[in-house]
Design a protein around this ligand. Structure first.
Ligand SMILES: [Zn+2]
Length: 292
């Protein structure tokens, strides 16, 4: 049985300055495995959105309001499945990913308070149980970004349930960017560039590998996780393949040694990966500054 795993809880706007990006939680202490499945089964009685339902590929979207299958965001989230699969060389799954869209913060907050009472205030989250993959979100200004992020978790977990925490988040941060950005997360570039200027950041995948609880992840962790993923996917074909092979191995064997170990042993010629990632970020920041 896969334990309940709750990921990627995005801060509500009121807390955005305190918890920028995606602050994660460990498995919910009061949430028995299978609860999400129960919630799905009882539908409207649980306060879940049930006014309309649309299926788009792997997604089953339940909303408080009428939503068209041809809505631009629905089409985009459906296309994201192919993007994730091709970018990471992962197979496509048919396992449903349920998206529950609340029309108002008050409806959403009431649901979360009732079903996940120990949660801090958040904008969206992903829950994996042994039987279901579910996303809960409020329909608000940043819903597209939130849903791209959370839906990426759904697509990845459908085929690699044991993906390491930091990598899971780095991948979701990569795919939460608008499609035309090709994974370039400008907020993280600016954040890490600031850290570099301060002299307070040195990339360290071992440190990320050591994070086991979503609650331990800070904005620095999310930004660095994204940066490693962007470097692996966007610098050389060899590095991209290394990440792809690693994910396939984790899919087959959840006890696969961490990516940091593989990076040390498999990259040829031997390189200082941390220095490379730093240089990668510096190039991205320089490119961003010339655009302004
Ligand atoms: Zn996340």
């Amino acid at each position: 049985m896969i334990p309940v795993r709750i990921l990627c809880i995005l801060a509500v706007p009121a807390l955005a300055t305190a918890i920028a990006g995606c602050a994660h939680l460990a498995s919910h202490p009061g949430l028995p495995a299978g609860m999400a499945a129960t919630l799905v089964a009882v539908g409207g009685d649980s306060g879940l959105p049930a006014r309309s339902e649309v299926t788009a590929g792997q997604l089953v979207i339940h909303a408080d309001f009428p939503i068209a299958g041809q809505h631009r965001l629905v089409r985009e989230l459906d296309s994201l499945r192919t993007d994730v699969s091709q970018e990471l060389a992962l197979p496509i799954s048919d396992e449903p990913v349920h998206l529950y869209l609340f029309e108002s913060t008050s409806r959403y907050d009431a649901f979360v308070a009732r079903q996940y009472p120990t949660f801090p205030a958040r904008r969206a989250f992903f829950v994996e149980t042994d039987t279901t993959l579910s996303v809960f979100a409020v329909w608000q200004d940043r819903v597209a970004e939130d849903l791209r992020h959370e839906t990426t978790h759904g697509y990845v977990h459908a085929v690699v349930p044991a993906v390491p925490l930091w990598l899971d988040e780095g991948i979701a941060e990569f795919f939460e960017t608008p499609r035309g950005e090709q994974g370039l997360h400008r907020g993280h570039v600016a954040h890490l560039a600031g850290r570099l200027l301060e002299g307070t950041w040195r990339p360290d995948m071992d440190r990320l590998d050591a994070v086991t609880s979503p609650g331990e992840m800070s904005q620095d962790h999310y930004a660095e996780a994204w940066c490693w993923v962007h470097w692996l996917l966007r610098s050389t074909p060899e590095r991209r393949e290394l990440l792809q092979n690693y994910l396939l191995d984790v899919r087959r064997d959840p006890d696969t040694p961490p990516l940091s170990a593989r990076l040390r042993h498999e990259l040829r010629p031997s390189i200082d990966a941390a220095a490379e990632v730093k240089a990668h970020l510096s190039r991205l920041a320089a490119a961003a500054s010339t655009e302004r």
